[in-house]
Design a binder for this molecule. Structure first.
Ligand SMILES: NC(=O)c1ccc[n+]([C@@H]2O[C@H](COP(=O)([O-])OP(=O)(O)OC[C@H]3O[C@@H](n4cnc5c(N)ncnc54)[C@H](OP(=O)(O)O)[C@@H]3O)[C@@H](O)[C@H]2O)c1
Length: 337
């Protein structure tokens, strides 16, 4: 293979259903910085270069453009549908009775697909904000997490599996207390958990909990999301690509620090979904999973460098009466009301 990576050499992860998915994928959230067409063009290039997993979502507002590109990839004979693993997500404003089916059908239509491989509940509550809003924006209709409301949404996701519209369902932005409350109620278990994971935010308890329950962790912001929107930045945030441990290991391997974040992620066992619209970046982000692994000592050094630094705090989803963004993440071990 010329430009890019042979997808055969990219490691795979096996889900509890027995289905396999690639150990690295491409993110598609343009972070209010890259246009839908730029992201869609990157999807074409990335699939040409060997990517087989694409992480989509209705709220990224680019599924229609990505759908056009997927059609071109199929028409041009670059890839067949069954070789791709496509995810999508129901956004917070589509949780109500009957709405999940509507949202999924829209994503299927936009993406030009007859099924989605893995369909997530993007956030575990129906609180939403306008795309591109600032960090102080609050929706007066926002409410704390409710097991009952979540299960109304999840029951609809289960129905999507039975209808054959999606192959697997997953949860995102969950906590252990929320999982403890809902997993026993699920008729179809989540196959994956999409969660923030990067060297300065390793979430070891939640990661181990997911693995123990045969739920595949998928790591978002795997490079520490250096291009994230302003609303998701605070003065205390750690930049993963500037952590001394990451920089020194990158020097030893003669690669960019971003690549070390991804090697660590793949070797730890989560599936990183790095975003990039730049060909040299997205090629190295894929290739790094198949060559020059980190040593055990390097893996341990990164493990010890965890800073518990959450970047996507979710403060725009807070409800009236909530104290601070920490309330979204059940830090005292029970579901915060
Ligand atoms: N489930 C959820 O709630 C959720 C939340 C957030 C994200 N996600 C998903 O996770 C994906 C990834 O997260 P993210 O986009 O926030 O962050 P990320 O992948 O950690 O960071 C992406 C940025 O890193 C830089 N980069 C990428 N590859 C690089 C390389 N090889 N060398 C140097 N710099 C590199 C690029 O910056 P420049 O553009 O400046 O070059 C790029 O924009 C999203 O696209 C989305 O699909 C899901």
């Amino acid at each position: 293979m010329g430009r890019g990576v042979n997808p055969e050499i990219i490691p795979k992860r096996r889900l509890y259903t027995g289905a396999e998915m690639p150990a690295v994928g491409l993110g598609t959230f343009g972070s209010d910085k890259y246009s839908a067409d730029q992201v869609a063009n990157a999807v074409y290039g990335a699939v040409q270069c060997g990517y087989r997993l694409i992480d989509c979502a209705a709220v990224y507002q680019n599924e229609a453009q990505i759908g056009e590109v997927l059609k071109n990839l199929f028409d041009d004979g670059v890839v067949r549908r069954e070789e791709l693993f496509i995810t999508s997500k129901v956004w917070n404003d589509m949780h109500g009775e009957g709405k999940v089916l509507e949202s999924c059908r829209q994503s299927l239509k936009d993406l030009g697909l007859s099924y989605i491989d893995l369909y997530f509940v993007h956030w575990p509550f129906p609180n939403y904000h306008a795309p591109g809003c600032d960090g102080d924006s609050r929706n007066p209709d926002s409410k704390p997490f409710s097991v009952e409301e979540f299960m109304t949404t999840w029951r609809q996701c289960e129905e999507l599996v039975r209808m054959g519209l999606v192959k697997h369902i997953g949860m995102s932005n969950m906590t252990i207390p929320k999982l403890e409350a809902v997993l026993p109620l699920c008729e179809i278990q989540p196959a994956a958990l999409e969660m923030e994971l990067h060297p300065s935010f390793q979430q070891p308890e939640l990661f181990d909990y997911a693995v123990k329950h045969e739920i595949q962790p998928i790591g978002y912001c795997p490079i520490g999301s250096p291009s994230r929107p302003e609303r998701d930045r605070t003065a205390e945030d750690v930049a993963d690509t500037q952590m001394p441990e990451i920089v020194e290991i990158a020097e030893a391997h003669h690669v960019h620090p971003a690549v070390i974040c991804l090697k660590w992620a793949v070797q730890r066992g989560q599936i990183p979904i790095p975003f990039s619209v730049k060909e040299p970046q997205y090629i190295s982000n894929l290739q790094c999973a198949a060559e020059d692994p980190l040593t055990d000592a390097e893996m341990e050094r990164i493990r010890l460098a965890d800073k518990n630094c959450r970047l996507i705090k979710g403060q725009v989803f807070l409800w009236k009466g909530a104290r601070s963004w920490e309330d979204l993440w059940d830090l005292d071990g029970t579901i915060t009301k």
